[in-house]
Design a protein around this ligand. Structure first.
Ligand SMILES: *Cc1c(COP(=O)(O)O)cnc(C)c1O
Length: 556
């Protein structure tokens, strides 16, 4: 940094006589000429400042590599749309798209579809019979813990309680607190309980949302609005670890925020703090850390991120969507020296926590928390002139399902601190065994030292995606990761030590199988997809496959 500055000042020194000469000439030139020159110099300054900023951010070679990659992928994306390639590629993609659609629709193709409202409403018995048919469709077996994450507990008594909450409050809508005062109170209590779990100060506030994604969208929106209103920032940027959840990319897409993605240390899996620091500039509106992140289950160094946030007076969001009701109990499991990650750190200004993950609440529920009400206000929407009346709503949705909130409230007070601590201990027991077991498989290595529910692993010797594809054949549903190529398993309430044992046994046998087969090992779909996606030439085709998948969700 100092290097750049001193060379620039040396340059200015050398050119000082010429600059002086130029200024002399100014006195004789026309007003229009002066204005034209000034405009040009200002433009030049803007361009140079932009380039300078990118070089500070990524380093000279890093910036060239970063932008070359973007330009190359854009080039190939456009090129593949040109007539000579387009039809050929479409022909090659068609079978893949058909296969994707077939696998999404699956056995449901054999059932009759209802494509318009029945002329006469169905009898209740017919509906119940159809429920049974639909429930019989072949699906991943989550009850035995073979699915990573997804369903976070299998406690049937808790589901009964949640169903009762639904029955009693089925009509409730939080948009109308006067009609449903009970739900308003329960929602306020859910937010208060979660704030206290994350050690919020007395000024702490929050809102409930429909899930982790909405919580993160709101945290980014609030930070953007804060910077726009308080500092006049019009080209907002946020700095996040490359491992931060995709919902931040979604926020960037919806709210026009530029993302600066900081790399992680390959040994620890934590974001590199010096990289974050280099990315801070006058347009920065938010710094992000995860506790823990989704891909590797690693908690970033939130203590140091907090120091940065305080020093540069920037908001810091901690994404504890996944950590939810496990991470607050870590110090009771690992000891009091477990690093801090919550509101006890002065730089942490917002935290997201998914009640519908390890909080065990019904799906569709998460909490976004703020250090003070001023920051929360920036996520609010208020409009005064609408014909429909004066309107305000705290989150993205208008009407909100009150019954879900009651289910969340009932779950939290039913499980209590003792219940969540017990769950956290079980999960850590399973994930530590898994971590140890994987590190003992010669082909595999765990990324960093995950302390919570997720264990991710890579391989130097075998194709990790082939491992994932062959595990799927044995009924396991692991998550595929990239950059680096890896897979992970997230322990849930449906995982026990037997699950871990069975998982390790299957991993071990497939690893030796792949090692034996060597380079000739047959590759599966995951391998093929990530192969296409990882290449600059073909990366854009992956999007068409994903779009095909999304389209297939609505096919009958
Ligand atoms: C699951 C998750 C989210 C997003 O949550 P959704 O509830 O799926 O919207 C965000 N961050 C992390 C770390 C997560 O694991």
């Amino acid at each position: 940094m100092d290097g750049y500055l001193s060379s620039i000042s040396a340059l200015l020194h050398d050119y000082a006589p010429f600059i002086n000469m130029y200024i002399e000439e100014y006195h004789q030139s026309s007003v229009i000429g002066v204005l034209r020159d000034a405009a040009f110099l200002y433009f030049l300054y803007l361009v140079l400042a932009l380039i300078f900023r990118e070089i500070v951010c990524y380093g000279p070679f890093g910036a060239i590599a970063y932008y070359s990659r973007i330009v190359c992928s854009k080039f190939f994306e456009r090129a593949l749309e040109l007539p000579p390639f387009r039809s050929k590629i479409q022909k090659e993609l068609d079978p893949t798209l058909a296969a994707v659609q077939k696998s999404v629709i699956g056995e449901s193709a054999d059932l009759d579809s209802v494509k318009s409202l029945p002329d006469r409403g169905w009898k209740k018995e017919l509906i119940e019979a159809q429920f049974d048919n639909l429930l019989k469709l072949k699906h991943s077996d989550w009850e035995s813990g073979k699915v990573s994450g997804a369903v976070y507990h299998g406690d049937t008594a808790l589901w009964d309680l949640q169903a009762e909450a639904f029955e009693k409050f089925i009509a409730a809508n939080q948009l109308h607190p006067d009609v449903f005062p009970a739900v308003r109170k329960m929602e306020a209590e859910v937010v208060a309980m979660t704030l206290s779990l994350f050690n919020a100060p007395d000024s702490g506030v929050g809102t409930s949302t429909s899930g982790g994604t909405e919580s993160l969208l709101l945290a980014c929106l609030a930070a953007r609005e804060k910077a726009r209103i308080e500092r006049g920032v019009t080209n907002p940027e946020m700095i996040l670890p490359v491992t931060a959840h995709a919902a931040f990319d979604k926020a960037a897409f919806y709210f026009n925020i530029c993302m600066r993605k900081a790399p992680i240390d390959p040994n620890t899996g934590k974001v590199i703090i010096s990289a974050v620091k280099r990315m801070i500039n006058s347009d920065t509106v938010l710094i992000v850390g995860s506790a823990p992140n989704f891909p590797h289950g690693i908690i970033d160094d939130i203590e140091t991120l907090s120091e940065l946030a305080v020093r540069y007076k920037l908001p810091l969001h901690v994404d504890a969507c996944l950590g939810s009701f496990v991470v607050p109990f870590m110090s009771q499991i690992y000891g009091d020296d477990f690093p801090l990650f919550d509101f006890r750190l002065p730089g942490v200004t917002s935290i997201s926590c998914d009640t519908h993950k390890y909080g065990m609440a019904p799906k569709g529920s998460s909490i976004i928390m703020y250090r003070d009400r001023k920051l929360r206000e920036y996520q609010y929407f208020v409009t005064l002139g609408w014909c429909g009346g004066i309107y305000g709503s705290p989150t993205l949705a208008g009407s909100r399902p009150g019954a879900l909130m009651v289910g969340c409230w009932a779950t939290m007070v039913r499980v209590g601190k003792n219940g969540y601590l017990k769950q956290a201990k079980e999960i850590v027991k399973c994930s530590s065994k898994l971590k140890e077991g994987i590190n003992n498989i010669p082909e595999l290595s765990v990324i960093g030292d995950p302390m919570g529910s997720v264990v991710s692993f890579t391989s130097d010797s075998i194709d990790i995606y082939s491992l994932s594809d062959r595990m799927s054949k044995k009924g396991w549903h692991l998550s595929a990761l990239q950059s680096p190529a890896a897979i992970h398993y997230a322990c849930t309430g449906n995982t026990d030590l037997n699950t871990v044992k069975a998982l390790l046994k299957d991993l071990k046998s497939i690893c030796s199988e792949l090692t034996k087969e060597g380079a000739g090992a047959a590759k599966g779909d995951t391998s093929a997809l990530y192969g296409v996606n990882g290449s600059v030439q073909t990366g854009s085709l992956t999007k068409r496959i994903v779009v095909g998948f999304l389209d297939a969700l609505y096919k009958l």
